[in-house]
Design a binder for this molecule. Structure first.
Ligand code: FAD
Length: 421
């Protein structure tokens, strides 16, 4: 194995593979190495459908080796540290590897200790997560006959911020189709104050919530899980002078604890685990050292170039970008990183393209229905103009469901990871 590459990429996930393929397509002579420990590459976006029993988990996996672009070295190892002053990355088993240009794309790390009791709770059948084991989610949804089906999300940034609510809609649809709606309470409890940051989509989603009769609980920040008594306790972040208010007829059996805590019983509980940047990034000079983005990679939000080290770029979930962390975002980020590296090799200046924060969230609202939320920085709607000629993507649509179930996976495996879009 070589100890120096012209372009060294950390992570062979969506961002790493896509950027490697684009660089390779642009110039077959670039010397590229990808550090990636896993033999598996997953199309994680389909895990929502797996969790709802409408997609085969095995279909979401490919061999990593088949995705590494021809002529690119796969360094099957973990990156463990950075020495950007000396253009060097420390690996677990392959020693130091040096580079001319570095692309950092190791994704996100789950923090199972970020909610008290979560780690133990995940060992029980009732507590599930599409982020960790979507087949287990489906088993729990399918098996529930009555009681509380609680869906929630943590206070940290997470990848695909819409995923915790998508599975709530699919579950509600499943309970309705199987005649269980009267016996199952579907609850979506979230630390946020609104269902979605972009108004056009939020309006539709509130109608979806009403139609299903979902109990929507904003300002609920999960703090602890008691998996013996099957309860989850939230910090109610809007508790005013009078403490918490439970303002329904309390069909779901919530109880108030002290001034600002609410405990909710669950029969099944789905959640996104708390998430953070991988430790080796968080504890490195490449991360923001202070402020709300502390720990996430410190890049310019438009050029994706590191703020201090000019030959270092970051993209994907690890980057501190004020937009949703999704594969769709990576689709618009990878060409910017590719162009910048090609331009720097040629003339030591950045290219012209800018990343404007595009991200999208295919909000599956039931079996056969989807709202396609596309937006950019500052929560500005950014729907595809061509698509919008034919479909109002802010409304539930069967054609968008077909896009989610068939179109996007096809594009992912045949275009994106081959660097063709
Ligand atoms: C349940 C769920 C639903 C989602 N739904 C959608 C959706 O509908 N639409 C959408 O666009 N996105 C969705 N996403 C998000 C999408 O999958 C991610 O945003 C995307 O994969 C980010 O790409 P990435 O390359 O940054 O990270 P990843 O694709 O996760 O890749 C990171 C890679 O880095 C590797 N790595 C980790 N540590 C190291 C290390 N120390 N050294 C070297 N390599 C390392 C990992 O093995 C991995 O291969 C969803 C995700 C989940 C979990």
């Amino acid at each position: 194995m070589k100890s120096h590459y012209e372009v060294l990429i950390i992570g062979g996930g969506t961002a790493g593979i896509m950027t490697a393929a684009q660089l390779r397509n642009a110039d077959s002579k670039i010397d590229i190495g990808i550090i990636e420990p896993s033999e598996d590459h997953y199309y994680q976006a389909a895990w929502t459908l797996v969790g709802a029993g409408t997609y085969d988990y095995n279909e979401t996996r490919r061999n990593e080796k088949d995705l590494i672009p021809a002529g690119t070295d796969w360094i099957k190892d973990f990156a463990e540290g950075f020495d950007p002053e000396n253009n060097s990355v420390e690996t677990r088993n392959s020693g130091k590897i040096t580079y001319d240009y570095l692309i950092v794309a190791p994704g996100i790390q789950y923090d199972l200790d970020g909610i008290k009791g979560l780690r133990e709770a995940l060992n029980t059948d009732a507590v599930v997560s599409n982020y960790l084991d979507p087949n287990k989610t489906w088993k729990a949804i399918k098996g529930l006959k009555k009681g509380n089906a609680v869906f929630t999300q943590p206070t940290t940034p997470i990848k695909c911020g819409g995923a915790p609510q998508k599975i709530a809609y699919l579950a509600a649809d499943h309970f309705r189709k199987t005649g269980k709606s009267n016996d199952v309470n579907v609850i979506f409890a979230s630390p946020g104050g609104v269902i979605f940051g972009v108004k056009d989509f939020a309006v539709t989603l509130m109608k979806v919530i009403d139609n299903y009769g979902i109990h929507f609980k904003p300002h609920y920040a999960p703090e602890s899980i008691d998996s013996v008594n099957k309860t989850i306790t939230y910090h109610y972040t809007q508790a005013g002078e009078n403490g918490c208010v439970i303002n329904e007829n309390n069909a779901i059996g919530e109880s108030i604890k002290g001034e600002s805590h609410i405990t909710m019983p669950y029969d099944i509980l789905h959640l996104a685990p708390p998430q953070k940047a991988p430790d080796f990034v968080r504890n490195s000079p490449l991360a923001h050292q202070e402020g709300p983005s502390k720990g996430w990679m410190n890049v310019d939000i438009n050029t994706l170039q590191h703020k201090t080290y000019e030959n270092v770029f970051g993209l994907g979930d690890v980057a501190a970008l004020p937009t949703a962390k999704t594969g769709a975002a990576v689709r618009k980020q990878a060409p910017v990183v590719t162009e910048n590296i090609l331009a720097m090799r040629k003339s030591n200046a950045l290219g012209k393209s800018r990343y404007e924060g595009y991200s999208s969230c295919p909000l599956v609202t039931g079996y056969g229905k989807m709202v396609l939320a596309e937006f950019k920085y500052d929560n500005v709607r950014d729907s595809d103009p061509l698509l919008s000629k034919f479909v109002d993507t802010s409304k539930e649509n069967y054609s968008m469901w077909l896009l989610k179930k068939y179109g996007l996976p096809y594009l992912y495996w045949n275009r994106m990871v081959k660097g063709k879009m």
